[in-house]
Design a protein around this ligand. Structure first.
Ligand code: ADP
Length: 317
């Protein structure tokens, strides 16, 4: 049984072959595996943490491709289900000249939101030491209930729980519902990672203090706010600080946050009490995670760019 489990979306990103276009103008697309929790599972596996992924793809060639991709990266797929009733979810992505991503999802419905609570195996989840989830799998039933059941299962078994809301507003029926469910899932988590771009939507505040107080008040032990190339901010209520990012030649920032999360978790999993970690310990972990995030920006595509421990070590030296 895997030591770490991630639940959520696994889908195909069709990425425009031409830079600087809208989706309407893009002439062609290349297929790439996508889905933040699946990226985190691969990131953990590459860092030597035995990992599994729970989710649903369609029983179709794209689902086969995604399943094989996880297997090739040593991620356990025993509970990656190939559903007969819906297609593998697709997303089409183009990057506009102002850097904004033009994204359209084909998920009406897609297999990733068809995972049902009765497909969640309590024994499989209860044997994991680390459990990670996001908010994309909360947008629709029955995957919302399946995700909730899995989180509760992991929590009651005493697993270390990690949450990266990874906001994708266009997948929700309305913004209030997204915010509601993102907060509903907060109290389960030991560590929460939020990116700067999501902070204002989630907390309703541009500044950090009130949001930090509210999140740590829900018994979250460690909160990390990632700041893109500027690195990250961390607080566990006792120790806090900023850790500067690394200056690198960026090829593609997609997946930097997932690489960051995987690297951070691969270090945090060794500690039982996150609130007792001091500033030096947390700075060292965040520096390691910043290095993984920076490395992930240096190659095209997410999975190929998720670093190994050797690559991080070499980068840091
Ligand atoms: P997300 O990818 O989830 O939106 P961020 O953009 O904040 O999250 O990136 C996550 C982490 O990846 C950052 O905290 C940083 O360590 C690293 N990172 C992201 N972009 C860059 C960049 N341009 N240069 C160096 N490091 C980066």
């Amino acid at each position: 049984m895997p030591r770490a489990l991630c639940i959520g979306e696994l889908l195909i990103d069709f990425v425009s072959t031409t830079p600087d276009v809208t989706l309407a103008d893009a002439p062609g697309f290349v297929k790439a595996p996508g889905g933040a929790p699946a990226n985190v599972a691969v990131g953990l596996a590459k860092l030597g943490v035995d990992a599994g992924f729970i989710g649903k793809v369609g029983a179709d060639p794209f689902g086969d491709f995604l399943t094989e991709t996880l297997q090739q990266n040593s991620v356990d797929t025993a509970y990656l289900i190939a559903g007969e009733t819906s297609r593998t979810t697709l997303a089409f992505v183009a990057t506009r000249s102002d850097g904004m991503k033009d994204i359209t999802f084909y998920r009406h419905p897609g297999a990733d939101i068809q995972l049902s609570p009765d497909e969640i195996d309590a024994d499989y989840i209860q044997s994991a030491a680390l459990f990670h989830y996001g908010s994309v799998s909360l947008s629709h039933s029955p995957t919302r209930e399946a995700t909730l059941k899995a989180i509760q299962c992991a929590k009651s078994a005493g697993a270390f729980i990690s949450y990266d809301p990874n906001l994708r507003l266009m997948l929700w029926d309305n913004p209030d519902e997204a915010r509601h469910w993102i907060w509903e899932m907060m109290p389960f988590a030991d560590v929460v990672k939020i990116s700067e771009e999501e902070w204002e939507f989630i907390t309703g505040d541009v500044e950090l203090p009130r949001g930090i107080e509210r999140i740590l008040g829900l018994d979250v032990k460690l909160l990390v706010v990632t700041l893109g190339e500027r690195g990250c901010y961390f607080t566990n209520g006792n120790a806090n600080g900023y850790v500067e990012g690394f200056t690198v030649e960026v090829v593609d920032t997609l997946g930097a946050g997932d690489a960051f999360v995987a690297a951070m978790l691969s270090r945090l999993i060794k500690h039982t009490d996150l609130t007792s970690l001091n500033t030096d310990q947390l700075e060292s972990i965040m520096r390691y995670a910043n290095a993984a995030g920076a490395l992930a920006t240096q190659k095209v595509g997410v999975i190929p760019s998720l670093p190994t421990p050797q690559e991080i070590k070499q980068f840091l030296s």
